[in-house]
Design a protein around this ligand. Structure first.
Ligand code: URP
Ligand code: ZN
Ligand code: ZN
Length: 468
């Protein structure tokens, strides 16, 4: 059945206007005032509401095995997709993380199998966990045949996925040849390991050791180092989950020098405070362990200013969930707490509530940082990230004043707590449309397992200008 969204305000990254939206065969067919319904058409009344491109969350970890352990993240592609849709997100970009030495192609097949029942659209970054000629050949195949155009590099977690700077440079240089975007998790591993040991020697085992061992300078230094390597290799760089002013300063300096550097901030970093790590109850404090950790208010304000100024183009959740029981494995040693946080369900609400509702962002900037810029940076624009004729009909109908209170009792994450528990956000979806079908309305997700489709992302040499 066709859909006609009537009477709403269509918001894109570059403008807003009163218009109806006609959807046929999974695509947006027309965006104009006063459109008439087709013969087989459901009409959705969007009076007083906003009609925006479905959110793209460029950083999630669904059903991800944790290297060096028997753990995997709690949210999978089925329930994670439902959580995403109920919050207005229609696509995620997840990660293929080969175990060091594992075939990249084999790891790819495993990830594609895990996503078979996906309920939102998905794509994959590939983490470069080892690098030699064989790795290079397999990465080439993934980019040429499987729609991968972004590679992730870790400067920390030495025992599992960290890549040494010389290998990082080789990977960056291959990325340049292939037309891939390089991304980085930037934290200085030497500083972290040194501080972890010192803290444990002093008897500090409580989760507060996590934030004490990962100071902003460790992130700032590694961000600057990755930027330097990207400059030498001549590749664009995307800094993931940037959390502090030190890292932002490195990004701003590079951008002012004309280097192509992009960055993302997480909804959690834009909302929460590092005080959460000092909760007397280590079980509670352990829920917030993620890397880089939540920071103080001055860092948060710097990130918001970085978004407003266009130095940070995208927002993500880094959804990487673990149950309380999994967290408790590190109750007596903070270094053993699995790292990660939820956010896939609430990212759009948090950015609206903290961004638009507070006056920091316009609705157009909201679309830019929750959807359009990620689509451009990861080369799926204008297929995604815009309400325009010919684009995929992944759409959210948004009530800017609808309130939503987070509770672990009602959220769609597969964990028994929420780091946003009890918080009320203003701005929430009324309906979400995936590939031309209404899959969320009246607070119910009706999507079928497997309805989420893999989105290949071709390589290319230039990223179009992002909106700020
Ligand atoms: O703590 C985090 N962010 N866990 C997820 C993996 C990563 O580093 O992105
Ligand atoms: Zn990371
Ligand atoms: Zn992550």
């Amino acid at each position: 059945m066709d859909l006609l969204i009537k009477g709403g305000t269509v918001v894109n990254a570059d403008d807003s206007r009163e218009a109806d939206v006609l959807i046929r065969n999974g695509l947006i067919e027309a965006v104009k005032p006063d459109l008439s319904p087709t013969s087989e058409c459901r009409i959705l009344d969007a009076s007083g509401l906003l009609v925006m491109p479905g959110g793209i969350d460029p950083h999630t970890h669904l059903e991800m095995p944790v290297g060096g352990s028997d753990l995997h993240t709690a949210d999978g592609f089925e329930n994670g997709g439902r959580a995403a849709l109920s919050g207005g997100t229609t696509m995620v970009i997840d990660f293929v993380n080969p175990v060091r030495g594992q075939s990249y192609l084999e790891a790819w097949e495993q990830c594609m199998a895990r996503a078979r029942k996906a309920t939102c659209h998905y794509s994959y970054h590939v983490t470069v966990t080892w690098f030699d000629q064989n790795a290079a050949e397999e990465i080439r195949i993934l980019t040429e045949k499987h729609g991968v155009n972004s590679l992730k590099h870790f400067t920390t977690y030495r025992s599992t996925i960290m890549l040494e700077p010389d290998q990082m440079l080789q990977s960056f240089s291959l990325a340049r040849e292939l037309g891939c975007l390089c991304t980085v998790h930037a934290e200085n591993d030497e500083i972290i390991v040194y501080l972890q040991q010192k803290l444990l020697e002093k008897g500090i085992t409580h989760p507060k050791g996590h934030v004490l061992s990962r100071p902003p300078i460790a992130e700032g230094e590694a961000t600057g180092r990755a930027i330097a390597l990207a400059r030498i290799a001549g590749v664009p760089l995307y800094v993931m989950h940037m959390s502090c002013s030190e890292a932002l300063a490195a990004v701003v300096t590079a951008r002012e020098n004309g280097q192509e550097v992009y960055s993302e901030s997480l909804c959690g970093h834009l909302l929460l405070d590092d005080s959460v790590y000092y909760n007397d109850d280590p079980e509670v404090a352990a829920r917030y362990v993620m890397s880089p950790p939540y920071r103080s208010e001055s860092h948060r304000e710097a990130l918001w200013e970085g978004i407003r100024a266009g130095h940070i183009q995208a927002t993500a959740s880094d959804n990487c969930t673990f149950t309380q029981a999994d967290r408790n494995r590190g109750l007596h040693d903070f270094t053993k707490i699995p790292n990660g946080s939820p956010g896939l369900e609430d990212r759009m609400r948090i950015i609206w509530s903290e961004g638009v509702e507070t006056g920091r962002l316009t609705p157009e900037q909201f679309v830019a940082v929750t959807s359009a810029n990620a689509a451009k940076i990861f080369n799926i624009h204008p297929q995604k990230g815009i309400i325009a004729p010919g684009s995929d009909a992944d759409v959210v109908i948004w009530d800017p004043k609808k309130q939503h209170t987070v509770s672990a009792k009602t959220h769609r994450h597969a964990i028994d707590y929420s780091v946003f528990e009890g918080m009320t956000f203003t701005g929430s979806p009324v309906a979400t449309i995936l590939g031309g079908e209404v899959v969320f309305e009246n607070n119910e997700v009706t999507v079928r397992p497997g309805q989420g489709k893999f989105v290949p992302r071709p390589t290319r040499q230039r990223i179009p200008p992002c909106h700020s």
